[in-house]
Design a protein around this ligand. Structure first.
Ligand code: HEC
Ligand code: HEC
Length: 456
């Protein structure tokens, strides 16, 4: 029950502080296997103090909850506060817009930041929704849901950002705050801004009267609060799409949406669900529309990005240049984390380099990358298609060749134009904020039970 899970922050504070497990904490989401995990029945009374930044010496479970709630409120204020940035103009929310599922507010491939607000980044802004179920990065992922066989190695999986280089929201938040092309700030500037902010008093109440005496502690508290905010279920994982209503039997899919779902799942058609999982997990939790695997799909070079004017620059994902721990390890070059497709229809920019701006173009890329590569990659004067033009040739073995990428030039694409439109119609059912009571057509079409009986 993902939606019933305790917030990760709460779990990490509690688990770090005691050997006793908190029932409701998910080791998968927390990225740790606490040794006490199996003793969930044992009551938790006092949680040791030091894990909680600046909090009183010993805390009951209720006190930990209250502390997390305060941090969440502060995190929200920090998230919307442009005074933390070098320019004084850029907040987290400027790039992660709450009205766009915390994704980009516009159709730019990459957003502008830095002290003059003119510095381009080189990656598209991801949505911050549904990150609660991203596991910690691992090179070898063994999924207990994988056909009952835990020995299957799904390969590199998890971690935050497109290349999976950090595991926790708090470590992640440090990146945009200090990046010269994002918020362009410094630790000292952030802590001074918080002290001068209208919520400084709340900060003292939450983290102790003397929190501002120590810059390191103040900065850590900022990061922890942002992470707590990003765990707010109703804002970050509401499970409130038409597809969720369909799964719950409260709405029906129209013909295009239902056909799109079938094509999305069909191994011989889109085969999308092989990476963007569309079924409930074994424990009954709702589908996340990602298996969080890091995969190379050979996205074309986005020549509109200023950084790509340098022909020697390649964003190779997990093997660098942003990520450094797997540098020089060829098998990690060109791989990026599979994003959830929940709320994807609210975006106007797609893939890690933001090359496409229309969902139909994205689906067309999947089904025609190999059958009609000239549509996506540059063609030389002699008529040779420069396939995988953003990945040096020595890494081409990493590129995925499973369906729908299993065809040759001139073959029939896995989906025709009408089918592409239906897949896109289905993707539109993954947008949160759907209310069956306000949709007069919610009971027209196919319901979950009819779909199940048709399948049997
Ligand atoms: C200038 C635009 C910009 C600003 C401002 C910004 N971000 Fe981001 N954010 C991005 C981009 C681009 C990425 C992807 C980075 C990468 O893959 O290297 C990202 C990634 C993330 C992720 C990881 C998402 C995932 O799918 O794994 C989180 C979490 C996040 N940002 C939180 C924040 C927080 C918190 C702030 C404010 C402190 C913030 N961001 C400010 C552009 C921005
Ligand atoms: C082999 C695994 C795999 C399969 C199969 C797959 N995807 Fe993806 N998908 C990915 C990865 C990895 C990315 C990110 C790639 C990148 O940006 O470099 C992605 C990105 C996307 C995006 C962009 C999302 C965003 O936020 O930018 C969309 C849309 C998408 N996929 C839809 C589909 C559809 C529709 C299908 C079926 C036709 C499909 N995918 C099949 C792995 C897969």
């Amino acid at each position: 029950m993902s939606s019933m899970r305790l917030p990760y922050v709460f779990c990490s504070l509690a688990l770090a502080a005691s050997s006793v497990a908190m029932s409701g904490c998910d080791s998968h989401a927390a990225g740790t296997k606490a040794s006490g995990q199996t003793q969930a029945a044992q009551p938790v009374t006092k949680v040791a103090a030091n894990a909680v930044n600046g909090a009183p010496q010993a805390q009951s479970r209720a006190e930990v909850f209250a502390h997390v709630k305060q941090m969440t409120g502060l995190g929200e204020k920090l998230f919307f506060d442009p005074s933390l940035s070098g320019s004084g103009k850029l907040a987290c929310a400027s790039c992660h817009s709450p009205s766009h599922a915390f994704g980009p507010p516009n159709g730019l491939s990459v957003q502008l930041g830095g002290n003059d607000m003119h510095q381009p980044g080189f990656r598209a802004v991801p949505s911050l929704r549904y990150l609660q179920s991203v596991p910690a990065f691992t090179r070898h992922f063994h999924d207990s849901d994988d056909e009952g066989d835990e020995s299957v190695d799904a390969g590199p999986t998890g971690g935050l950002t497109w290349d999976g280089r950090v595991d926790h929201g708090s470590d992640q938040a440090r990146i945009p705050l200090l990046s010269s092309f994002e918020m362009g700030s410094t630790q000292a500037k952030v802590t001074a801004a918080v002290q001068a902010s209208p919520y400084a008093e709340d900060f003292r109440k939450t983290f102790g009267a003397h929190i501002f005496d120590d810059d390191d502690k103040t900065f850590a508290a900022v990061l922890q609060s942002l992470e707590a905010f990003e765990q707010t279920p109703e804002k970050f994982y509401p499970y409130a799409s038409k597809f969720d209503a369909f799964l719950a039997g409260r709405a029906k899919l129209n013909d295009a949406e239902m056909h799109g779902l079938q094509l999305f799942n069909d191994e011989n058609k889109g085969n999308c669900a092989s990476c963007h999982i569309s079924q409930r997990a074994k424990d009954g939790s709702p589908p996340q529309f990602s298996d969080f695997g890091l995969i190379a799909i050979g996205v074309p070079r986005n020549r509109a990005l200023p950084i790509n004017k340098n022909p020697n620059f390649h964003d190779l994902g997990a093997c660098g240049p942003e990520r450094t721990d797997l540098k020089g390890q060829d098998e990690y070059c060109g791989i990026f984390r599979t994003p959830s497709l929940r709320n994807v229809a609210t975006r106007k920019t797609f893939f890690h380099n933001g090359i496409y701006h229309d969902l139909e173009d994205v689906v067309r890329f999947y089904v025609e990358r190999d059958t009609n590569p000239e549509k996506f990659y540059p063609v030389s004067k002699k008529g040779v298609v420069q396939k995988f033009d953003d990945l040096p040739k020595k890494y081409w073995d990493n590129v995925n060749t499973e369906a729908p990428f299993d065809r040759k030039k001139g073959d029939k694409p896995a989906l025709d134009e009408g089918e592409i439109r239906d897949v896109v119609a289905f993707l539109g059912t993954l947008t949160d904020g759907y209310d069956p009571a306000k949709d007069k057509d919610s009971q027209k079409g196919t319901g979950i039970n009819e779909m199940k009986s048709a399948a049997n």
